[in-house]
Design a protein around this ligand. Structure first.
Ligand code: BEZ
Ligand code: FE
Length: 301
């Protein structure tokens, strides 16, 4: 009678995928299974710990709704979202270092993007009556990486209010501080919103409990989100961060990049450069977005 042979369960699972017709899916799942099994062995995972993990993931899914994306928050706070953004940038550099290096850097999308923001005219004020926050005028141009203006480029803009609260976090509230606008014939854009302030990522769900248990703070530095796109160019998802604010060096989602930190120039009440009358102090920000040419997705991985 021979002793039972130890079974390498990871390899047994992988062997069952021999009929998988999708090579990329098979590659990804093979690696995932190997790493998952290696992790279980490395930490000598106990049954009650694995059950706690399953309950955590279940609660993460249950916390998701039309207006809340707890899984994106999990990915962001574990640094995975930024790791994926970083790999995409490295891929672009391998493909065409010349232009990729000159393109505006990307960062996380986060859980508060809401598809279908209203189309608004250039120069529009995205602030609704009574929204908290100091007014700020954002302007600049959208160009390609050679500096040629991109007329008709689309900016899809969103942010929390001046206290860092997003419309999606307020029960029953419609879209606020969101809008989609297009650059003019010289590739220029301009809009009003608020000067963003630091705020915590949502802490009332399982991810918040995880951060607390990890001994981590939940804060993000003040920022405004933008998706910038134009025909024939790589779409960009990014932020502009307010220079001098707190948490720039300890963002809870690791999303800060130096090239995205901008000056908010303060002005006394009066007539703004676009002729708008401001009864309170306001800020101006200038930033030019540079989009890389569309990559051939089959050319490299
Ligand atoms: C945000 O900036 O909206 C955000 C990003 C990641 C996690 C939570 C919030
Ligand atoms: Fe945000």
């Amino acid at each position: 009678m021979t002793a039972p042979q130890p079974v390498d369960l990871a390899e047994a699972v992988i062997a069952r995928m021999s009929d998988c017709a999708d090579p990329r899916f098979r590659e990804v799942m093979t690696s995932l299974v190997r790493h998952l099994h290696a992790f279980v062995r490395e930490v000598d995972l106990r049954p009650e710990e694995w059950m706690a993990a399953i309950e955590f993931l279940t609660a993460t899914g249950q916390a998701c709704s039309e207006r809340r994306q707890e899984f994106i928050l999990l990915s962001d706070t574990l640094g995975v979202s930024m790791a994926v953004v970083g790999l995409d940038q490295a891929r672009a550099l391998r493909c065409d270092a010349g232009t990729a290096r000159r393109a505006t850097e990307a960062t996380v999308q986060g859980p508060f993007y809401w598809e279908g923001a209203p189309d608004v005219p250039l120069g529009c004020d995205l602030r609704a009556d009574g929204v908290a926050g100091e007014p700020a005028c954002y302007s600049g141009e959208v160009t390609d990486t050679a500096g040629r203006p991109l007329p008709g480029a689309l900016l899809d803009i969103w942010s929390g209010d001046g206290e860092g609260v997003y419309d999606m976090q307020v029960e029953g509230q419609g879209m606020t501080l969101r809008g989609r606008l297009r650059t003019d014939s010289d590739g220029r854009y301009r809009f009003w919103s608020i000067r963003p302030s630091e705020y915590p990522v949502p802490t009332d769900g399982p991810v918040g409990a995880m951060l607390k248990r990890m001994g981590r703070h939940p804060m993000r530095p003040g920022h405004i989100h933008l998706k910038v796109s134009a025909d024939g160019h790589m779409p960009l998802t990014t932020h502009l961060f307010a220079r001098g604010g707190r948490y720039l060096d300890s963002d809870a989602v690791f999303g800060v990049r130096d090239s995205l930190i901008v000056d908010f120039e303060r002005h006394e009440p009066g007539i703004a450069p676009d002729g708008r009358h401001l009864a309170q102090p306001y800020y101006t920000v200038r930033y030019d977005f540079r989009l890389a040419p569309l990559r051939d997705p089959t050319g490299f991985r």
